[in-house]
Design a binder for this molecule. Sequence first.
Ligand code: FES
Ligand SMILES: [Fe+2]
Length: 381
Amino acid sequence: MNTVPFEPKPYHWSGPPPGEAMSAPPRFYTDPAIFEAEKTHIHLKTWFFAGRVDEIPAAGDYKSIETVGGPVLLVRDEKGVPRAFANVCRHRSSTLLDGCGHARSILCPYHAWSYRLDGALMGAPGMNDAPNFEKSKFGLTPIRLEVWDGAIFLNYDTAAPDLRSYLGNMPDLLGSHRMGDMVKVWDIQIEIGANWKLVLENAMETYHTGMVHSETIGAQRSISFPTQGEWHCIQVLSDRSIAVLGDTEAFPMIEGLSEQAGKGAFFTVIEPTTQFAFAQDCMWWLAVRPLAVDRSLLSIGGAFPRHFLDLPDFERRAAPYFSRWEAVAKEDVGILEKQQAGLSSALARPGPLCWRDDKVLALNQWIRSRLPSDILDEVIA
Ligand code: FES
Ligand SMILES: [Fe+2]
């Protein structure tokens, strides 16, 4: 039974009507002052996707990631609890662990301070005789972590609303995909010479697909969903999974999908930097890490229902998904770098948005509503 209380629309326009609505001014994507303001007022206050619990399945498993707030360590502690810490030593701030792996404790490579998996400082050579030194005060700095159906989200702001309230009705629409039963099977990282907002805007419109992706996914048709919470949603209509190209054999549909979920792939943006996409047989993500006003790190990953991995020919059947995700992403990167170059022109100006840019406008408005008006007035007026 479909209990999803969503009413899809051809497009969902809020603000100036099509024909009057314009793209954001070029400086929105090129001015370092905007980038700094976004960091302070948006990125350090909102939830962002950091990885999946199945990437650190056992006590002692860890994964280090880069975030807009600096290096972070995801660790499964001795009790099996996923935790996040600044990947920064409390002595003199060396980073601690690189990449991913397994460790019984966290050892600093500089002066050998060591930490338990729950972050407590365990050993600090030479500090025993230091008067007033209290080991208990120098554990690793924790970062707020919450999990939604296997997806780990972090937030630098201890006062921010919890993840569930932030996501609003997103779990209702996507619950039938049972993301909690999925396992990450693939990921890649791509550095992009473009502003982070362009990456997400591009990921939420199908206007460009017939042109940019003519050799891969081709033209697509999408509908939009009004949402409640800090996220946006479109659905690309297709009666078969679009996570694999052409007539390549797809995995079976996930059992128990809602009627709406069976109609195509949902593309979502959880503000500000996370895209989750859900086809009828899998999900994948784009996690965008803003590096500079004109540089971003894109982490792409894909997950399948756990029982698909037991299929004897899983590897063979999954490989075309990985090549499709990578090929399409690289096509997008190519056009985004052209767009960033164009936006940097002294002659670039805002342009009129097409009705198929409805979510571009929605994403622009979300960011602008969270930046201080003095900065917007100065940079964007
Ligand atoms: S910086 Fe880590 S022990 Fe000195
Ligand atoms: Fe694209």
